[in-house]
Design a protein around this ligand. Sequence first.
Ligand SMILES: NC(=O)c1ccc[n+]([C@@H]2O[C@H](COP(=O)([O-])OP(=O)(O)OC[C@H]3O[C@@H](n4cnc5c(N)ncnc54)[C@H](OP(=O)(O)O)[C@@H]3O)[C@@H](O)[C@H]2O)c1
Length: 260
Amino acid sequence: MPPIIRSTLSLLAAATTLLAVPAQAATVLITGTNRGIGLEFVRQYAEAGWTVIGTARNPAKATELQALAAKHANLSIETLDVADPALIEALAARLGGRPIDVLINNAGTLGDVPKQTIGALDQAEFEQVMAANTFGALKLSETLKPNLLAGQQKKVFAMTSGLGSSEMTANFGGFYAYRMSKAALNIGFRALAADWRGEGIMAGIIAPGMVETALLRASGFRGRGITTEESVTGMRKVIDTMTLESNGKALNYNGSPIPW
Ligand SMILES: NC(=O)c1ccc[n+]([C@@H]2O[C@H](COP(=O)([O-])OP(=O)(O)OC[C@H]3O[C@@H](n4cnc5c(N)ncnc54)[C@H](OP(=O)(O)O)[C@@H]3O)[C@@H](O)[C@H]2O)c1
């Protein structure tokens, strides 16, 4: 074979090899991924080629998550109850200094609705909802700050709800623990955004809309919500577009602002 053809062929082979190696995949860590919105986040990010760490309280029972992990080598599963600071520490130790580009604090609980009703307020129930929805998200973010700093994108998100917005829910009562936990989460992530802005970490607040999940059904809502696929597709766009300039903003899955 003439040398010119041989060298052209070897250049082509080198270019093909380069193209076959994906650009370094970004890493996302999502909490509460055994079902609902968290499971769909995992599915979409894994299919998009991200390195995905999905956490669940009980991975052994997370059959749909395990099925996704069997299909996607870029998905790993970690045990985490966000309401248990010792388990948060243990997760951080397992991760070591591994970079995390995007942290999505999705895990959340509605709690037991009757115990959050005036006339039947239950302190233990209230504290449990706050521990998971509010303190858990903030504590996990604090603990994984070195991982976020080591990542390229440096983004952390709280998953809020319209029920945490006073303007959107001024005209009906109930759901005290849940709505107060989300309102507190919002202000906590505003403070976090201010605290970390100087270090280049953006803290954002996102809401999924009303989504067909176990949580929506348990709320007693009798209308039709959107699918997890529509919600997560929208939130991924919002997550992509939010930068340090939009630090601290609260946005719905469709990009519209959530009023305070
Ligand atoms: N669906 C909606 O319309 C809607 C609207 C606004 C906001 N949201 C928010 O969206 C997020 C996801 O909710 P979803 O609708 O997908 O509800 P879901 O189907 O009930 O899923 C909730 C997830 O959070 C996990 N979780 C609950 N407490 C936890 C804890 N202490 N530690 C770790 N994981 C925990 C659950 O795990 P287990 O299976 O172990 O309980 C489950 O994986 C929540 O933050 C919720 O508040 C939902």
